[in-house]
Design a binder for this molecule. Structure first.
Ligand SMILES: *Cc1c(COP(=O)(O)O)cnc(C)c1O
Length: 357
């Protein structure tokens, strides 16, 4: 068998490792911010019915414009949006890739504010876009001044603001987004993967009159639909026309379209666990702080906490007890998703034995 090094691979990919949060079969999986609750049976039955019905026409390509799904997503988001403002792909990762393909590329720069979602720099790499990481302020907060200064310095084609931010949980006020939009000539991507868990207002209210504002969302987190791979975007119809230039034809399968449309008909039921997850997140924040850890302000479904003597050792110690969390590479910290009450309890009990700084 040949090794990767023997192949004529692109120079900039040589020696790289693929993205990979460990996928391990453990009792308590709190590492990739999934909704750990299963979807309600009633929704599952409808989803199966819709997928089965879509089989009748499976000899044909699916609706390339997935109009029904876009209209369901517009209805879900509200804010006066119509199907013209909506776009979707196989996970918001694919939406983000399409944004990089349409607005990034050679001789163009993307700007993110780290620590932030690790896919941004990887998408920049694979699309030949250069990537600049501007550091966040104390406790990972962002201010309009900090963001505007970085934009003015770097003149990026793509600005990425993750709200709430992964892996820190930090929410973002609309004033930061408004200031960033004014400061850039490029596109401003607001990644709202965790919006449903947040008390802060969604940037969808800012879309009117801002054609370079792209708001990315996903059904993977609050919606408990990670395995279906559905992410979406709200933006001006002109921005969506740009994504049409780079998307693969028929990129959303008939099964995906049917499943997502059926699930969206039950959005209230699908989001029923969100409140409890928020409660478990706040409980983790309070209890971890009481144990003496520093816990960062989170409006997502996870918390980042600091004060561990050794992140890697703590990660292994938890794993040995069947609890999988995420070592995001920030020294002395770990990130943990809020699970069910039982899962969260197991994590908190185990956390008491972790060695502190
Ligand atoms: C999980 C996540 C996504 C992507 O999820 P998909 O499953 O591809 O929709 C996007 N952005 C952030 C910040 C995330 O944490």
């Amino acid at each position: 068998m040949a090794s990767l090094e023997d192949l004529p691979i692109r120079d900039d990919l040589r020696g790289r490792k693929p993205y990979g949060a460990p996928q391990l079969n453990v009792p308590v999986s709190l590492n990739v911010n999934e909704n750990t609750h299963r979807i309600p049976e009633e929704v599952a039955i409808d989803v199966v019915g819709a997928i089965a019905a879509s089989l009748i026409d499976i000899n044909r390509y699916p609706d390339r414009e997935f109009t029904e799904l876009r209209s369901a997503l517009a209805g879900y988001l509200g804010d006066g949006l119509t199907e013209q403002n909506l776009w979707a792909a196989n996970g918001s990762n694919e939406v983000l890739l399409q944004i990089f393909q349409a607005f990034g590329g050679p001789n163009r720069k993307a700007l993110g504010f780290g620590p932030t979602y690790s896919m941004y720099s990887l998408l920049a790499l694979t699309s030949g876009t250069s990537y600049v990481d501007a550091k966040r302020a104390d406790k990972y907060e962002l201010t309009p001044e900090l963001v505007v200064q970085a934009i003015e310095k770097e003149q990026p084609a793509i600005v990425l603001l993750c709200s709430p931010n992964n892996p820190t949980g930090t929410p973002l006020s609309l004033s930061v987004i408004e200031a960033a939009y004014e400061a850039t000539d490029g596109v401003l991507v607001v990644d709202e993967a965790y919006a449903e868990f947040s008390a802060s207002e969604s940037a969808t209210s800012l879309l009117e009159g801002r054609p370079r504002l792209l708001i990315s969302r996903t059904m993977s987190k609050a919606f408990a639909f990670a395995g279906a791979r559905v992410g979406y975007l709200a933006a001006d119809p002109a921005a969506i026309d740009a994504l049409r230039l780079v998307r693969l034809p028929y990129h959303l399968s008939a099964f995906t379209q049917a499943a997502a449309t059926a699930a969206l008909k039950h959005s209230a039921l699908m989001l029923k666990t969100v409140q409890d997850i928020g409660y478990q997140r706040d409980r983790m924040s309070v209890e971890l702080a009481a144990m003496g850890f520093e816990v960062f302000r989170s409006e997502a479904n996870f918390v980042l906490f600091a004060g561990l003597a050794d992140s890697a050792k703590s990660f292994e110690q938890l794993l040995a007890q069947g609890i999988l969390v995420r070592n995001v590479g920030i020294p002395n910290t770990l990130r943990v998703s809020a699970g069910t009450e039982e899962e969260t309890t197991k994590f908190l009990e185990a956390a008491q034995d972790l060695v502190k700084l």
